[in-house]
Design a protein around this ligand. Structure first.
Ligand code: NAD
Length: 484
C-alpha cells in the first residue's frame, strides 16, 4: 500500500516514529494509503530545516522567488488531470469539480503570488522639514500553514504561495483526512528545484503534528483554515507567545432572495451555492431566505432542480454529488438532519444516506437535503453543518431578514439576490459578513480581502493582505539636516 512521506529539508522521508494512519477513499469506504503519524520530533526537524533555509530564501530577489513559484504553478498545470483524479479519490468530490475548480485554483494561487511579489511597494512618510520615514516589510522567518480537507490543494496553496512569495520559509500541514495532493505537491517542489528547507510538509493529526507546529517557539506566525473550535485551541496556544495569527474559520452563511431577483440566475446559482462539493465549502449558503411573494414558486422549482442532481461515483463525469469526506462527517451531517426533524423541520427533499452499487457500494453518500418550517434561531439554523443540507424560510421585510441573517455567531459570507441597486448596497452595508456576493456566488478575485468576522475568524487572506501578514513592518526614521 502507498505510504505518503513527509517533505523535510528538500527530501521525502518517513516519520521518525515509523507510525502511520489510515487514509480512506470516501467513495469506497476503503483504506487506500497510509499517512505519516508525525510528532513534535518531525516538526522540530522541519523547523530546523526552514530556519537554515531562511537567510538564503529571504535574501533572494522578488524575481528569483517569482521564478520558482511560476515553475511550481506550471508543474501543477501540467499534472492537472492526474491531480484532479487524486483529489477526487482522496476527498470524494466529483473529479469534474476538482478539474474545473480545485486544481486550476492551486495553479492560480502560485501564479498570483509569484507576480504579486514583484509588485509590492512600501510607504514613505515625510515629516516636513525634519525627517523622512520609510517602512520596511521584512519576511517573518519560519511560519506555519495548516489547512482543512474540503478544498485540499486549493487552500493549502492559498497559504503557502503568499508565505513563500513574501520570503518566509514554511512548515505546512494538510488535513490528515485529505493528504494526497499535498504529498504530490512536495514531489513537484523537488522537481521545480525549490531550495531545501524553504517548504516543509508534515503529515499527521491536528492534535499532534498540528499542535507541535503551533506551539513551536521558532514558528513566528500561523495561517490556519479550519473549524472555529480548532481556531480557538490554536489561539489559546499562540496568543501568549504573541504569534501573528490568521484564522479562517467556520460559517453559517445566509442566501437572501428578494422577489425582484433575476429568477433563473438565482435558481441556478442557488443550487450550486447550496450543494457544490456536497455542501462542504465554507462559503456555501446553508440558510436560504426567500421573500414571501416568491417563496412557493422558488421552493417548487428549487426542489425540482435539486432532485435532478446525480449522486454517484465521483470519478464519473455525469456525477454532481460525490461522497462525503469521511464516515464520521457523514454521521455528523445525518445527526443534524435528525435534529432538524426533532426541531419541527419538514424534510422537503433528501434526508437520507444513499447506498450506491458497484465499486461505491460501501462509500459514504448523502442525498442533498432541503428542510423548511424551522425558526431562524433553532440549532439547525445556528450551527455549522458543513454538508448538503439547507433550510428554506420565507420573510416579509428587509429588517426581518437582516435580523435572521445576522442572528448567528458566524460572519463569513452572504449572498443577496435583488435587482434593486439601492437595496443591494443597503443590505451589504448591514450584513455581518466578511464577504458579500450580490447576484452571484463564489465569484472570486484573488486581490480582494478574504475572511470572516465574529466566530468566522480573524485577519484577511488574499491580495496584499496575505503578503503583509507574512511580513513584519519596521519604520526607519531619518532626520534630515537641511542646514549648510
Ligand atoms: P479542523 O479544524 O478539524 O482541521 C483543520 C486543520 O487543522 C487540519 O489540518 C487539522 O489536522 C488541523 N488541526 C486540528 N486540530 C489542531 C490543533 N489542535 N492544532 C493545530 N492544528 C490542528 O477543520 P476541518 O474539519 O478539516 O475543516 C472543516 C472546517 O473548516 C469547517 O468549519 C469549515 O467552515 C472550515 N473552513 C473555513 C474556510 C474559510 O476560509 N473560512 C475554508 C474552508 C473550510
Amino acid at each position: 500500500m502507498l505510504k505518503i512521506e513527509n517533505y523535510i529539508n528538500g527530501e521525502l522521508c518517513e516519520p521518525l516514529s515509523n507510525l502511520y494512519l489510515d487514509n480512506f477513499d470516501p467513495s469506497t469506504g476503503e483504506v487506500y494509503s497510509l499517512i505519516p503519524d508525525s510528532s513534535g520530533d518531525d516538526v522540530n526537524l522541519a523547523v530546523e530545516a526552514a530556519k537554515k533555509a531562511f537567510p538564503g530564501w529571504s535574501k533572494k530577489s522578488a524575481e528569483q522567488r517569482h521564478d520558482y513559484l511560476i515553475k511550481i504553478a506550471a508543474l501543477i498545470e501540467r499534472d492537472l488531470d492526474s491531480l484532479a483524479e487524486v483529489e477526487s479519490v482522496d476527498n470524494g468530490k466529483p473529479k469534474t469539480l476538482a478539474k474545473a475548480v480545485d486544481i486550476p485554483r492551486a495553479v492560480s494561487n502560485f501564479k498570483f503570488y509569484a507576480t504579486a511579489a514583484m509588485h509590492t511597494a512600501t510607504e514613505a512618510h515625510e515629516t516636513v522639514g525634519q525627517a523622512i520615514n520609510y517602512t520596511l516589510r521584512q519576511p517573518l522567518g519560519v511560519v506555519g500553514c495548516i489547512s482543512p480537507w474540503n478544498l485540499p490543494l486549493y487552500l493549502f496553496t492559498w497559504k503557502i504561495a503568499p508565505a513563500l512569495a513574501a520570503g518566509c520559509c514554511v512548515v505546512a500541514k494538510p488535513s490528515e483526512i485529505t493528504p494526497m495532493t499535498a504529498y504530490l505537491l512536495s514531489k513537484l517542489c523537488i522537481e521545480a528545484g525549490l531550495p531545501a528547507g524553504v517548504l516543509n510538509i508534515i503529515h499527521g493529526l491536528g492534535a499532534k503534528a498540528g499542535n507541535a507546529i503551533v506551539a513551536h517557539k521558532d514558528v513566528k506566525a500561523i495561517s490556519f483554515t479550519g473549524g472555529t473550535k480548532t481556531g480557538q485551541d490554536i489561539a489559546r496556544i499562540a496568543a501568549p507567545m504573541f504569534k501573528k495569527l490568521s484564522l479562517e474559520l467556520g460559517g453559517k452563511n445566509p442566501n437572501i432572495i428578494f422577489a425582484d431577483c433575476d429568477y433563473e440566475e438565482t435558481l441556478k446559482t442557488t443550487v450550486l451555492s447550496s450543494f457544490s462539493n456536497q455542501g462542504q465549502i465554507c462559503l456555501c449558503g446553508s440558510r436560504i431566505f426567500v421573500e414571501r411573494p416568491l417563496y412557493e414558486r422558488f421552493k417548487t422549482d428549487f426542489i425540482e432542480k435539486v432532485s435532478q442532481l446525480k449522486i454517484g461515483d465521483p470519478l464519473i463525469s455525469q456525477t454532481n454529488i460525490g461522497a462525503v469526506v469521511s464516515k464520521q462527517h457523514l454521521e455528523k451531517v445525518l445527526s443534524y438532519i435528525d435534529l432538524a426533524k426533532e426541531e419541527g423541520g419538514k424534510i422537503l427533499l433528501g434526508g437520507k444516506a444513499v447506498k450506491l452499487g458497484d465499486r461505491c457500494a460501501n462509500g459514504w453518500f448523502i442525498e442533498p437535503t432541503i428542510i423548511e418550517n424551522l425558526a431562524h434561531d433553532c440549532r439547525t439554523n445556528q450551527e455549522e453543518i458543513f454538508g448538503a443540507v439547507v433550510t428554506i424560510t420565507p420573510f416579509d421585510a428587509e429588517k426581518e431578514v437582516l435580523n435572521y441573517a445576522n442572528s448567528v455567531e458566524y460572519g463569513l459570507s452572504a449572498t443577496v439576490w435583488t435587482e434593486n441597486l439601492s437595496r443591494a448596497h443597503r443590505i451589504a452595508e448591514r450584513l455581518e459578513s466578511g464577504i458579500i456576493w450580490v447576484n452571484s456566488w463564489l465569484l472570486r478575485d484573488l486581490r480582494t480581502p478574504f475572511g470572516g468576522m465574529k466566530q468566522s475568524g480573524v485577519g484577511r487572506e488574499g491580495g496584499f493582505e496575505a503578503l503583509r501578514f507574512f511580513t513584519e513592518e519596521k519604520n526607519v526614521c531619518i532626520k534630515i539636516n537641511y542646514g549648510g
